[in-house]
Design a protein around this ligand. Structure first.
Ligand code: PRX
Length: 649
């Protein structure tokens, strides 16, 4: 916790789109008269047919519904591309920075991007992809990932991007869940000088679930087998297509994309976002949070969000938000520590990046390596910094501010979720004084509240579960194929409210401080992971009888994965088995799910009714052994002594 306050720099207060008074006035309007507020904000979108109603929403079980801008039609790809052609056709839309700094990068103008998207959209159509069909995208961070997304949006197909670090099994599960019949991939991905066998992973996934078509981009040029009648070469097939493709008029509530994310129970859920509300929300938040406006000379600031398109941050703030706002957006294929720990800052100098947005885990990893890697670069182009994905500890915040931004750049710490589409609680750089570690105040239209365990709303300075009282345009609309699960997951814990899954504190100034997940979701390096997913991967191993997974504090990752494993009778919990289980989880889910600690346990602490007492497992993982709480309801309290005695150092 930090008491430091960083006031809005004078220059920002004068030049930003929104100043302090403006924020409070606009916020007030947005909650007392959402109709007028959103009617005006929605003008940022080119509607094909204007909407009739702004908002028709209720979180109550009886008449539960979330509908925005009904009656309106629009096309998001046209809003990202076509409408810019006249004024900024020659402006660079995407700067692509490859993994290896000595490989050639690419700069793609709005005109070129428009053509690439139209060609690829026509290719999808020629493969029978129609409005409403699901298209699975499993691509590295290359411009074609944006082309694929925009091409889907153009023809009304629903994209489902699967992060290229996920395993064949995870990919197969996601293809199956949304019944997608086409996969877009590349021969290989490249990260930190290492190749990722994307096409081979797709082939492995397709042994479990069949699709008709695979379109493969040749990226590294590796020799990969192609399946006759199923696999198509991207460049070859796209080059023969017309560069004109009329954008499909989409209803505001037509689905735009599915993105799988982890919850506290079961398989990952397909979070579904729709077209109209998402577009308004993402364009608005991108503009205000990053104060995205032309420079004095009329040029557009170079903006870099270092997230992967496989996560929601990449959807909203690498591709859709920036392109709707006519930005020059950087897409980075690589990692922060390759070829060395200066890479981020070198890329900033190379492309004269003005706005930089990244996850705290990357900053903490770089901070450990010392300031030299930073100070040998200039970074003078930087004006604004952003943080996303997990709580940023005040120490990392101060380092980001002092060393990276040389005290001149405000930091926007943006709290949001896959489910929320865009930033929900965040400073606006010209309006809100910063407190390191606090996401500060709500975005327009967002009404956060804190509730206690019984759902009673807490007033003033307080700490509790973070809920949102009313709908906002970028809210997810359903869990794909399981509307009941949508309601149960988010609206049944605290009836009438959207439950975020996060704990939060509000201070005497009304600032919000996210304290982290309070459900069985953990946040590993800014990646969301359901403990249940890791458990089910572990118990799928033939030597494992039972497993329980909890988060543990981790200096760089924020949280690490701590797994308690009970081997089958007669199986010894050996070092070999431990190493094998770690590999097993990597293979089942992907490297991001690698357990940090595997502790073998003859038994897990359970209540008399057989429920695993995770609270105790969390305390042991956190090494808070003096504070285990009430253990009297345990069926066998001796189990806990054994866990403590055998805790790995
Ligand atoms: O716990 C919160 C944390 O990340 C969760 C959402 O994860 P995901 O859906 O993968 O989206 C991440 C990118 C938006 C939240 O429930 N989280 C995200 N941003 C912050 C954060 N926690 C604290 N501060 C943030 N700025």
């Amino acid at each position: 916790m930090s008491d430091t306050i960083h006031p809005v720099p004078d220059q920002w207060a004068k030049s930003a789109l929104i100043d302090e008074a403006g924020y409070h006035e606009k916020y007030r309007q947005s909650v007392i008269d959402p109709d007028t507020f959103w009617r005006r904000e929605a003008q940022r979108i080119d509607w094909i047919r204007p909407f009739e109603t702004v908002k028709d929403t209720s979180f109550d079980e009886q008449d539960f519904r979330i509908r925005w801008f009904e009656g309106g039609t629009l096309n998001l790809a046209a809003n990202c591309l076509d409408r810019h052609l006249e004024t900024r056709g020659d402006q660079v839309a995407i700067i692509w920075e490859p993994d290896n700094p000595s490989s050639p990068g690419r700069s793609i103008t709005y005109t070129q991007l428009h053509q690439d998207v139209c060609r690829f959209a026509n290719l999808l159509k020629s493969q029978g992809v129609a409005k409403g069909d699901r298209v699975t995208i499993y691509l590295p961070m290359v411009p074609e990932a944006a082309v694929a997304m925009l091409a889907c949006a153009r023809i009304g197909a629903i994209h489902s991007i699967v992060f290229a670090g996920f395993s064949p099994d995870a990919l197969a599960g996601r293809i199956e869940d949304c019944q997608s019949n086409i996969v877009l991939t590349a021969d290989q991905g490249l990260r930190g000088g290492k190749t990722i066998p994307l096409k081979a992973n797709v082939d492995a996934a397709l042994e479990k679930v069949a699709v008709d078509t695979v379109i493969m981009l040749r990226h590294t040029g590796a020799d990969v087998p192609m399946v006759d009648g199923r696999d198509i070469d991207w460049a070859e097939a796209a080059s023969g297509q017309s560069a004109e493709c009329p954008p499909e008029p989409m209803d505001a509530e037509d689905p735009l994309f599915i993105l799988y994310t982890s919850g506290s129970t079961g398989k990952p859920k397909g979070v579904l976002h729709t077209t109209g509300g998402y577009s308004v929300w993402v364009s608005m938040t991108h503009e205000y949070v990053f104060d995205y406006q032309p420079n004095a000379d009329g040029s557009m600031p170079v903006y870099w969000c270092a997230a992967d398109v496989g996560w929601v941050t990449g959807h909203s703030y690498v591709v859709y938000g920036p392109l709707m706002n006519g930005a020059t957006t950087v897409m980075f294929e690589g990692v922060p520590n390759f070829p060395d720990f200066s890479r981020f800052w070198q890329v900033i100098d190379k492309h004269r990046v003005e706005i930089f947005y990244a996850a705290p885990t990357a900053l903490r990893a770089l901070m450990r390596e010392g300031d030299d890697y930073v100070t040998r670069t200039s970074r003078k182009s930087l004006r604004l910094l952003g943080s996303v994905g997990e709580p940023i500890n005040p120490e990392a915040w101060e380092w980001y501010h002092r060393v990276i931004g040389e005290r001149r750049c405000p930091i926007v710490d943006t709290w949001w979720q896959t489910e929320t589409g865009g930033a929900m609680i965040s400073p606006l750089p010209g309006a809100i004084a910063l407190k390191p570690g606090s996401a500060t105040l709500p975005m327009f239209g967002v009404q956060p509240a804190l509730v206690d365990g019984e759902g009673k709303e807490l007033q003033g300075a307080a700490e509790g579960a973070l809920v949102i009282l009313d709908s906002w345009p970028g809210q997810m609309r359903t869990v794909y194929g399981d509307h009941e699960r949508f309601f149960q997951t988010y609206f049944s814990t605290f009836p009438g409210h959207y439950f975020t899954g996060d704990g939060c504190r509000r201070d005497e100034d009304g600032y919000y401080w996210i304290t982290g997940r309070i459900d069985d979701v953990i946040n590993v390096s800014g990646h969301r992971m359901g403990t249940a997913e890791v458990e089910s991967a572990l118990v799928a191993h033939p030597d494992v009888a039972e497993a329980a997974v909890v988060g543990m504090p981790h200096d760089v990752k924020g949280q690490g994965i701590y797994a308690y494993v009970t081997p089958n009778a007669g199986v010894e919990g050996s070092a070999e088995l431990r190493a094998e289980l770690v590999q097993w989880v990597r293979k089942e889910i992907g490297p991001i799910a690698t357990p940090d600690v595997v502790q073998f346990a003859p038994a897990l602490p359970k209540t008399r009714s057989g429920k695993i007492m995770r609270r105790i497992l969390r305390k042991i993982a956190e090494n808070e052994l003096g504070n285990l709480g009430d253990t009297s309801t345990l069926a066998d309290p001796g189990v806990v002594d054994d866990l403590i005695a055998n805790r790995p150092a």
